[in-house]
Structures are given as structure tokens and as C-alpha cells.
Ligand binder design. Structure first.
Ligand SMILES: *[C@@H]1O[C@H](CO)[C@@H](O)[C@H](O)[C@H]1NC(C)=O
Ligand SMILES: *[C@@H]1O[C@H](CO)[C@@H](O)[C@H](O)[C@H]1NC(C)=O
Ligand SMILES: *[C@@H]1O[C@H](CO)[C@@H](O)[C@H](O)[C@H]1NC(C)=O
Ligand SMILES: *[C@@H]1O[C@H](CO)[C@@H](O)[C@H](O)[C@H]1NC(C)=O
Ligand SMILES: *[C@@H]1O[C@H](CO)[C@@H](O)[C@H](O)[C@H]1NC(C)=O
Ligand SMILES: *[C@@H]1O[C@H](CO)[C@@H](O)[C@H](O)[C@H]1NC(C)=O
Ligand SMILES: *[C@@H]1O[C@H](CO)[C@@H](O)[C@H](O)[C@H]1NC(C)=O
Ligand SMILES: *[C@@H]1O[C@H](CO)[C@@H](O)[C@H](O)[C@H]1NC(C)=O
Length: 317
């Protein structure tokens, strides 16, 4: 049922797009921005890529974004649907001003083995994240988790200095007692671990336990899957009961929730020392300390709504 709906949507997507294009050429004066709340992007700047709204301080093109690494975005209209990326390569799934969140697609890391011999067969390309501490983005510790699937494996990631940050162990049960791929992700065929705050670098890895299992404990080698994965995922998006994650051998990307902030200064009091650079442009706005890493965000004052990062961006309700 769900996949039928998806197929239907995929089938009609080009038709809807063509209908929109036809409408656009028939009424050239009707800009998409007029359908949005006022003051989302800077005047004269593009405020959409596909169905994703692009609020300032994010922007596409010179003069349209805050002049700091990570706020400049690119939109590839040649793709269907158009693809929005951070200049430098990561694909965005959504952006939110009020929540201070961005969802970015990251590839899952895959390693595959010969189930009989345990010999390494192949892996996909490096799926690391290297946005850097100067970027606005930090992995959300409340909405994102590290997930490892397949077995027997340890999935983990290291920081920029190469040291362990977070990880978990996934082991399968013998065939006649198998529950993997059915229940929640609690360590049988799938495990998950929490992410600390202030993470802007992520280098994932898996360690297959198949060959070690005999030496360590036979329980660890009760059953094996061909491929083992480790990835970061939006906790709402990831649902292991989908069982689609168990036994898979293909490559996929998962949306990851990030908290973004203005980070060229460490806090609100430092930001207010330079009003030229201060990001909270609207008179009816206030500075909000970042809850994940150094820096700050802006909020419209109570009773106002809109874009606090633009002059006159916050308007009375
Ligand atoms: C944008 O469209 C995609 C499908 O093309 C959909 O999955 C996604 O939820 C949409 N996002 C928003 C913000 O509407
Ligand atoms: C993610 O994987 C796809 C192939 O599955 C590849 O084309 C793409 O370059 C990868 N993205 C990154 C950021 O490595
Ligand atoms: C696994 O290894 C065995 C023994 O070397 C070999 O016969 C078999 O073809 C391999 N299986 C795969 C899927 O590569
Ligand atoms: C693993 O379980 C599957 C069924 O879930 C079974 O076909 C297979 O033989 C088992 N492999 C091992 C090594 O026990
Ligand atoms: C996983 O793959 C094995 C071997 O192909 C199969 O016997 C088993 O039923 C599969 N398990 C699930 C949950 O799909
Ligand atoms: C804000 O940052 C400045 C400069 O880094 C620092 O001296 C000051 O102690 C910080 N203030 C607070 C309240 O953290
Ligand atoms: C204030 O910010 C502006 C714009 O980023 C910069 O050019 C200027 O040097 C800063 N002034 C001080 C005193 O730091
Ligand atoms: C920012 O504004 C939103 C919406 O008005 C509100 O829910 C949130 O609590 C505010 N955040 C802070 C830190 O004041």
C-alpha cells in the first residue's frame, strides 16, 4: 500500500512539474516568493530549490547568504527533483529557521564479507563528514543516533583526531531463534548509540567480529549477514521494524538532523559587540545562545514572527 502510493507519486511527479512549468510560462509575473510568507530570503534572492524553502542567512548566489562558510548553498536544477547542497557537497533535505535545524543526507558505510570464510569482499566509498568547526552545523544529539546493522559487528565513529566517539555491537541469533529484522533496534541484528554534542566531524567504521567470534565467544558468531553497515540517522526516519535494513547489500543514504548556528563568535554578548556583523538584524528580534556548540541564533521577539536575520524581518502577529 505504502509502496504503491510512493510509486504513484513518483509516476505523477514529472506531470506535476510540467504543469507547474506551463503555469509559470503562462503567468511570468507570478513569482514563487509571493506564495511564501514575506521576507524569507534577501530581496531579489532565490528562496526555493525544489520544494525546500531557503531562508536567509542561507542563500544561493552572491549577496544572498551570510558571508561565512556553510551558509552558501547551491541548487542543481538539472536534477529531478532539484538538488540542494551546501557549497562543498553535502545534500540538504530540509532547513528550519525557528528550530535551527538542517537535515543533511549522509551515505551509510557498507562492508561486505564472505559469510562462509569471513573474508572481506568489498566496501563502498568513504562516507565521512568533515564540515569543520567553523561551519554552522553540528549533529543533533537529541534527534540523531548512530546505527549499525548486520552481524556480528561493532559499528563506531571517530573524531578528527582519530579517537573513538560512539559505537555499538550488533549480533544475530541462530536461525531457529532468529528475531532480527522484526523488533526494535536493541542489539540483535541492529544496534544504536547516542551522539554527544558539538560533533562536526564523523569518520565511521565497522569491525566484523566473525573471525574473532570463535576465539572470543561462540555466541557472537551465531549467525552472520553478508554486509554490515554503520550510519548516522534522523531518529524519526529510522525505524528498524521496517526490516528493510536487515540483510540488505545495497548502498543508501540517511537523513541526519543537524543544529545550525552563527559561530564566528562564541556567544550573544560577544556578538553584540559588533553590530555590523551581528546576525539578528530585525529590530524585533533577540539573540538565543546555541544549545549545541559555540555561537548563537536569532529569534523573533514574543508576539512577532518571520525572519529575525533580515532587517524588518520580524512582523507583528
Ligand atoms: C519534498 O519532496 C520530497 C519528494 O520529492 C518529499 O519526500 C519531501 O518530504 C518534501 N519536503 C518538503 C519539505 O515538503
Ligand atoms: C554517496 O554514495 C553515492 C553512490 O551510492 C555516490 O555517488 C556519492 O558520491 C556518495 N556521496 C558522498 C558524499 O560520498
Ligand atoms: C566464499 O568463500 C568460499 C571459499 O573460498 C568460496 O567457495 C565462495 O565462492 C565464496 N563466496 C562468495 C559469495 O564469494
Ligand atoms: C543464519 O540464519 C539463516 C536464517 O535466518 C539461515 O538460513 C542460515 O543458515 C544461518 N547462518 C548461520 C551461519 O547460522
Ligand atoms: C536473511 O537472509 C537469510 C539468508 O538469505 C534468510 O534465510 C533470512 O530469512 C533473511 N532474514 C530476513 C529477516 O529477511
Ligand atoms: C562570551 O565570549 C567572550 C569572548 O569569547 C568571553 O570572553 C565571554 O566570557 C563569553 N561570555 C559568556 C557569558 O559566556
Ligand atoms: C565587525 O564585523 C565586520 C563585518 O564582519 C568586520 O568587517 C569588522 O572588522 C568587525 N569589526 C570589529 C571591530 O571587529
Ligand atoms: C524562539 O521562538 C520560538 C517561537 O516563538 C519559541 O518557541 C522558542 O521558545 C524561542 N526560543 C527561545 C530560546 O526563546
Amino acid at each position: 500500500m505504502a509502496s504503491n502510493t510512493l510509486r504513484f507519486l513518483q509516476a505523477i511527479a514529472p506531470i506535476v512539474l510540467l504543469a507547474r512549468l506551463a503555469q509559470a510560462s503562462a503567468q511570468p509575473q507570478r513569482q514563487p516568493s509571493q506564495l511564501l510568507p514575506p521576507g524569507v530570503a534577501r530581496p531579489g534572492c532565490r528562496d526555493r530549490c525544489g520544494n525546500i524553502t531557503i531562508p536567509y542567512p542561507f542563500g544561493i548566489g552572491a549577496g544572498c547568504y551570510r558571508e561565512e562558510y556553510g551558509f552558501e548553498l547551491l541548487c542543481d536544477d538539472a536534477r529531478s527533483p532539484p538538488r540542494l547542497t551546501i557549497s562543498g557537497g553535502y545534500q540538504l533535505a530540509s532547513l528550519s529557521l525557528s528550530a535551527g535545524e538542517a537535515r543533511i543526507y549522509l551515505n551509510a558505510t557498507r562492508k561486505c564479507y564472505n559469510v562462509t570464510t569471513g573474508a572481506f569482499v568489498d566496501r563502498n566509498d568513504d562516507a565521512s563528514l568533515a564540515l569543520g568547526s567553523a561551519s554552522p552545523y553540528r549533529v543533533s544529539p537529541t534527534k540523531t543516533r548512530l546505527v549499525a546493522t548486520g552481524c556480528p559487528t561493532i559499528g563506531y565513529f571517530v573524531d578528527g583526531a582519530g579517537y573513538f566517539v560512539s559505537g555499538c555491537t550488533s549480533v544475530c541469533r541462530p536461525a531457529q531463534y532468529a528475531v532480527e529484522g522484526q523488533g526494535p533496534c536493541t542489539g540483535v541484528g541492529c544496534c544504536q548509540s547516542a551522539i554527544p554534542s558539538d560533533i562536526y566531524y564523523y569518520e565511521p567504521n565497522t569491525l566484523s567480529l566473525q573471525l574473532q567470534a570463535g576465539k572470543l565467544d561462540p555466541i557472537l558468531g551465531a549467525n552472520v549477514t553478508t554486509c554490515q553497515y554503520v550510519f548516522l540517522a534522523d531518529a524519526d526516519w529510522f525505524s528498524y521494524t521496517d526490516s528493510v535494513f536487515f540483510n540488505r547489500t545495497d548502498d543508501f543514504a540517511a537523513p541526519v538532523v543537524f543544529d545550525w548556528a552563527v559561530r564566528n563568535v562564541g556567544n550573544c554578548s560577544a556578538a553584540k559587540l559588533n553590530m555590523t556583523d551581528y546576525a539578528c538584524r530585525s529590530r524585533d528580534s533577540e539573540c538565543v545562545p546555541s544549545s549545541n556548540g559555540a555561537g548563537y541564533r536569532c529569534n523573533c521577539s514574543q508576539g512577532y514572527e518571520g525572519n529575525p536575520y533580515l532587517d524588518g524581518g520580524c512582523r507583528g502577529r
